[in-house]
Design a binder for this molecule. Sequence first.
Ligand code: GLU
Length: 471
Amino acid sequence: MTIRTRFAPSPTGYLHVGGARTALFSWLYARKHGGQFILRIEDTDLERSTAESVNAILEGMTWLSLEYDEGPFYQTHRFDRYKEVIAQLLEQGDAYYCYCSKEELDDMREQQRANKQKPRYDGRCRHLKAPKEGVQPVIRFKNPIEGSVVVNDVVRGNVEFQNSELDDLIIARPDGTPTYNLTVVVDDLDMGLTHVIRGDDHLNNSPRQINIFKALGEEPPVFAHLPMILGDDGARLSKRHGAVSVMSYRDEGFLPEALLNYLVRLGWSHGDQEIFSLEEMIELFDIEDVNKSASSFNTDKLLWLNQHYIKNSTPEHIAHHLSWHMGQLGIDPAQGPELSEVVVLQQERAKTLVEMAANSRFFYQEINEYDEKAARKNLTLTSAEVLQDMYQRLSALPSWQAEAIHDHIKECSVAREIGMGKVAQPIRVAITGNTISPPLDVTLELIGSERTLAAIKQAIEWIKDRAELQE
Ligand code: GLU
């Protein structure tokens, strides 16, 4: 049997962390077993589904590299097929028209509550002989009245539901459009899905869906309901907890592999291993090892993973993602050194790509402002002399290389009988506008002689101008 799994989001918002975890687990399971992963857009709720949301979901999947083998299939393109199945269920006597008005249903529920019964549709239209004139009916599925349904769930074990607890659910609205539980079953069948991996908020839908599978004479797929994801405060993860949309993690400077590595550990583990490459995830993941209990989202751990991947990925890979962040800051990475060479210098010192981009601005843009505190301390009249000295030494350098630059900084400090910091720090402020940068010699090598000398000159002028103003 070829394993076929799916991710079936409703396009009513962005791709959130919970959805991405579901997609990842379904994807991993298919990849592990040489199967297929299918993307299905469940857009039958015409009022809430939007094209923007479809795009946001596709963008999130692409960013995470969760490539699908088939789809995206859109449920709105399949209405004829759903109508066909609804007609079949009517024909078989497994579905019926219901003409109950809203008032009638409200009265019914009120009475049930008064009698201390659980409110549910009582099946009163099951036996109607003739249609009620002037009323657009809904169509209900005839759920078995007796017995029970067992959801044989890979994660949760056997979960039994009494049929007496399940009402005759609506499978077509008055305008004839099908509802969620019907479309899911038809699609899961037509698309030949072997495993339905989804959030446990759908567990209660499974017995209803299993009954529809049975009415259609088909075996249901294997179910795996994934445990909830909680925020740090123990409540279900939601917007309140900060970034929840996958793309907002990109915006905040996370690498997709850090987020994937983080997501795979939400509900799944392999001993106490924390770092998993995609290849390792595929090799080690099994849906049977997913645990039942809810897992908590921990931003610090995600940051830790991000830092790990920033340190350990190839500079070219980081540069590919960093480039986007540079663009967001209005920096054109073509106007300066090769981005991957900048990454080599910054890799050890950034927790996020946003931080790395901000700290790399000076490689591509001239400094037109100095940090006040840094300037007060390092751009003084005394340091103007040091900068002048260094300007001369560096202008005379025959080859612009880190080692030679380093030697000259050292020579200057020896000649002036000051510490190397007193030479290096004013140059650093002149170049970066601040006191933070990778080692100065390699930084200057990368920036090049022309821009370095121009920046030193600019700082000297700035010091002089200020001194004049203060006189
Ligand atoms: N469309 C449903 C949702 O976004 C998922 C349905 C399913 O996985 O069966 O919650």
